[in-house]
Write a protein that binds this ligand. Structure first.
Ligand code: PXP
Length: 253
């Protein structure tokens, strides 16, 4: 849901706090503590991806996030029976269905909702029936938008990876145009539109300026930036960048 004041929501992804923790196998740094700090710093929601291989977020992290967070949890997961039963047990505010391959370093590319329509349908239906807001993590592509809509998912999240990977210049601009067109299209067919993946201070503003976007989900950059300026400060700076991108142009008298 968009914020009552029309501001773009910021979902902070805490996966990579868990990546650092898991490098040593102990309890520090705690992604739940990071999530609570993110809430204090202005995050509107927390995102966490429970991967099949549990390489970062653990089952216990999800259980603790569910009990300790006072802001909504967006659980990212693959469409598998195991993940579905976890989601139905915890009933987070939102579930974002993502593609997952064991060998990938991160979520490479969006979910092929058009190609996997029949496979995905029962997952979307059961999650929606449980009162969970379902989003589909897709490429900025009209076919994927229509397929998500026809499945009854109320939300799509556009994959911004292809845009963020480009150097500044025409190729990045072309990817931005794709995102702008898809976000406008999503709103036209009644889908709430989010975006995320790979966003940082140098890439966030043009995306945040897309008027039909309701939420951005950002993680890796913020966790990396925390090394230099602290997690809270990085989140606050990101919030400012997003607000600046949305503020109306001041016309001089
Ligand atoms: N949105 C989705 C659906 C994702 O899978 C991820 C990465 O886990 C993100 C947003 C955040 O991406 P990043 O960590 O690159 O900011």
């Amino acid at each position: 849901m968009s914020k009552p004041d029309g501001r773009l929501r910021l979902g902070v992804n805490v996966d990579h706090v868990a990546t650092v923790r898991n490098a040593r196998g102990g309890a520090h740094p705690d992604p739940v503590r990071a999530a609570l700090l993110a809430a204090d710093a202005g995050a509107d929601g927390i995102t966490a991806h429970l991967r099949e291989d549990r390489r970062h977020i653990s089952d216990e992290d999800i259980a603790r996030l569910m009990t300790e967070l006072k802001i909504p949890l967006n659980l990212e997961m693959a469409a598998t029976e195991e993940m579905l039963s976890i989601a139905l047990r915890h009933k987070p505010h939102a579930v974002c269905l993502v593609p997952e391959k064991r060998q990938e370093r991160t979520t490479e590319g969006g979910l092929d909702v058009a190609g996997g329509h029949n496979y995905l349908a029962p997952y979307v239906r059961q999650l929606v029936d449980a009162g969970i807001r379902v989003s589909m993590f897709i490429e900025a592509d009209a076919r994927q938008l229509y397929a998500s809509h026809s499945l009854g998912a109320p939300v799509v999240e556009l994959h911004t990876g292809a845009y963020c990977e480009q150097p500044p210049g025409p190729t990045r601009e072309a990817q931005l145009t794709r995102l702008q067109i898809a976000a406008a299209h999503a709103a036209k067919i009644g889908l709430e539109c989010h975006a995320g993946h790979g966003l940082g201070f140098d890439t966030v503003k043009p995306v945040a300026a897309i008027p039909t976007l309701v939420e951005l989900n950002i993680g890796h950059f913020l966790v990396g930036e925390a090394i230099f300026t602290g997690f809270e400060s990085a989140i606050r700076q990101m919030r400012v960048a997003m607000d600046e991108a949305r503020s109306p142009i001041k016309v001089r008298a």
